[in-house]
Design a protein around this ligand. Sequence first.
Ligand SMILES: Nc1ncnc2c1ncn2[C@@H]1O[C@H](COP(=O)(O)OP(=O)(O)O)[C@@H](O)[C@H]1O
Ligand SMILES: Cc1ncsc1CCOP(=O)(O)O
Ligand SMILES: [Mg+2]
Length: 320
Amino acid sequence: MSTDASPDTSGNSSIVDDAKRFSAHTEATPLADDDHQRELIAQAVDSVRDTTPLAQSFTNFVTINLVANAQLAAGGTAAMSYLPDDIIDTAAIAKATYINVGTLLPFFKDALGNIARSLHAAQHPWVLDPVAAGIGRTRSAILWAFRSAPPTIVRGNASEIIALAGIWDLNVPSADPHTDTTRPAGVEAVDDVDSARDAAIIMARYLRGYAPNHRAAVAVSGATDLVTDGDTVYRLPGGSPMMTKITGAGCSLGGVTATYLAVTDPLTAALTASALYNRASEEAERASHGPGSFQTAFLDALWNTTAQTVSQSPITAESA
Ligand SMILES: Nc1ncnc2c1ncn2[C@@H]1O[C@H](COP(=O)(O)OP(=O)(O)O)[C@@H](O)[C@H]1O
Ligand SMILES: Cc1ncsc1CCOP(=O)(O)O
Ligand SMILES: [Mg+2]
């Protein structure tokens, strides 16, 4: 990775060339039971439980408690901070950082760009949740500032991924030129996961130009989650619609993704977090009788779901 703000695109074809490859993608096929990627997922689950890694967070005030509790329930540890110097210092001991722009304060506009540039210079892996991307000029200006010092993983719902690709001026071939791609979508998605497929692929290819070891991923959550490293598109079905009835399901998924990023590569981190969330939310739905007990049961299930269950989750793969 370069240590200034310039992308190192060696080994990557250009975004324009990449766009031509969209029409050639293969049919989705289930990952074999003995696929190496499943082994990496199981190792990530176990490694977090064995080593209790710290992933620090600069996250929104609505869901901060669920983010920390979910990271602990997955086996990691949490530390929340909003002081740029403190975050930059803590990055020396934390193995990954999570930034979530859900709630904004006046000082965030300068602070977040500075933090991102420091993390980039230190080659420190981090996850961005671009909550409500497209709402308001200040949020768009903050997200724009990440363009030249981008995260290792972007995790968002479909509308946020589409909006962020627009804010970053990524050349998404399927984007409708008559649609304002930065339209406000609130914190909830108004697009289905598949409509963010091209944006996710183009974004992953953009991120890896800046990423440690040229490895990056984009995760789009929804009824069937989509995860891509820019070459392969993975789909992870299942989970529970009850996840949309508690606040912080997506935010905490970003935090747990950062926990896994502390111990593994970006693609495996995003796949592991998505698969764990799907299995745990299914168990929580069975064990609960409304949003309150669902959240409690969900934390219990994050704790109890085995590495075997997570790694043997239904996953399909297709070329990007
Ligand atoms: N309809 C659904 N069915 C099953 N799981 C869902 C559904 N909608 C969201 N999820 C799950 O909820 C979690 C948060 O995703 P999402 O609601 O898209 O994020 P956000 O809260 O940021 O909008 C993910 O684990 C996702 O798989
Ligand atoms: C309601 C709300 N408002 C600002 S951030 C936030 C939480 C969003 O949480 P999630 O995206 O995980 O549903
Ligand atoms: Mg969200």
